[in-house]
Ligand binder design. Structure first.
Ligand SMILES: C[S@@+](CC[C@H](N)C(=O)[O-])C[C@H]1O[C@@H](n2cnc3c(N)ncnc32)[C@H](O)[C@@H]1O
Length: 353
């Protein structure tokens, strides 16, 4: 398999392509990325035999910032007849190993949404036929590779596999989160998703427990603060703008009407979160400073990306943070991801190692 299919936020294909090209080359898997802006996916054509399998095996999926999902694929299967798609498909998939689950997916675009009904109807008969053929195991399991069918339309599909534990768990890499009616802003979903993405279930229990203290920089009107308060964490909300009354009534929030780039906590806190809209490099340096000074142990922050050179901008920010903390002799770990609820932005998780 020498095609690597990666799904991304529509409009971020160049970033996804630049990122996979760089990472693949660092592993010696030369190739080139093909994409069109707005199509919501990128195909990396490997010039090395079985290069895509090598990538989904050797590269940790979590390292990718702009890809929501990925799999190693065969060349595009075209011309599936409407009266029998499954027969020709099974023939083409003969060489694949047995898989433990099937995901029938599309890009996250308006055009592809029209395929949702087709995919829903196709899933059960397709899975049944694959089970009969032995391509899918009798019982669903996450121990075997996962089979992906990524439909471009009802007659064209990329088919292939991803490895257990090295892909996004949810179909299309999209977590289905419900907007909580009591939250003051839709931004709340970004922090909710960040906790889900960056922390394990066990870490969410132990690192977000009642009684902790946090600072929220650029907090107004309070969607992120709401996520912390929901977990009974005390928050200092730093913003010149007004906070939602309901949050202030919780008794857990102190509102500091100050500049988030000047604010310093009197005592170290457990968490700092930051959603200030400003230059990404300025935000990145401030995040590093908080860790360097020991003002907190864990940070979740959002970087608003410029219009152009968005991949280069993220790389620059990661390098700035690394340099600053290396120079200060602070051991740290940093993960970045463009979350589903991120728009022209990415989210980072920085903590003391
Ligand atoms: C995207 S909004 C934050 C939304 C918030 N996270 C929520 O969930 O409701 C960005 C906020 O950053 C604040 N902000 C921008 N620059 C700031 C600064 N230098 N100091 C403090 N707040 C700042 C703005 O006032 C604005 O309320």
């Amino acid at each position: 398999m020498d095609h690597l299919v990666l799904y991304c936020r529509p409009g971020f294909e160049p970033e996804c392509a630049a990122e996979i090209t760089e990472l693949a080359n660092s592993l010696g898997v030369a190739g080139y990325a093909r994409t069109d802006r707005g199509q919501g996916y990128v195909v990396y054509h490997c010039l090395v035999e079985q290069g895509a399998l090598q990538l989904v095996t050797e590269l940790p999926f979590r390292q990718l910032i702009f890809a929501r999902q990925w799999f190693a694929a065969q060349p595009l299967i075209e011309g599936l007849p409407a009266h029998d798609r499954i027969g020709p498909l099974l023939q083409q998939l003969d060489t694949l190993p047995q898989c433990g689950e099937l995901m029938i997916e599309t890009a996250d675009t308006n055009e592809a949404k029209e395929l949702a009904g087709f995919c829903r109807k196709f899933t059960a008969p397709c899975a049944a036929a694959m089970r009969r053929h032995g391509l899918l195991s009798a019982k669903r399991t996450q121990r075997l590779p996962r089979l992906h069918l990524f439909f471009l339309d009802s007659s064209r599909v990329y088919a292939g596999i991803s490895n257990p534990g090295n892909h996004a768990p949810q179909p299309m890499g999209i977590p289905r989160l419900k907007f909580p009616a009591a939250a003051p802003s839709r931004s709340t979903l970004k922090l909710d998703e960040a906790f889900l993405h960056f922390l394990s279930a066990n870490e969410r229990e132990t690192l977000l427990c009642p009684g902790l203290r946090a600072v929220d920089l650029g907090a107004a009107p309070g969607g992120w603060t709401w996520q912390l308060v929901k977990r009974h964490i005390r928050v200092t909300a730093v913003d010149n703008g007004p906070m939602a009354e309901s949050l202030m009534e919780s008794g857990l929030v102190q509102h500091a009407m100050e500049d988030g780039f000047q604010y310093e906590p009197r005592k170290p806190v457990d968490w700092m979160v930051c959603d200030m809209a400003d230059q990404p490099t300025k935000v990145a340096k401030r995040m590093a400073l908080w860790l360097e000074r020991g003002w907190c142990r864990r940070i979740i922050f959002n970087l608003k990306l410029p219009m152009k050179k968005r991949y280069a901008s993220v790389v620059e920010c990661c390098e700035l943070i690394s340099q600053q903390l290396d120079q200060a002799g602070v051991g740290f770990a940093l993960d970045m991801k463009q979350l589903y609820h991120d728009r022209e932005e990415v989210t980072g998780y920085l903590r003391v190692a």
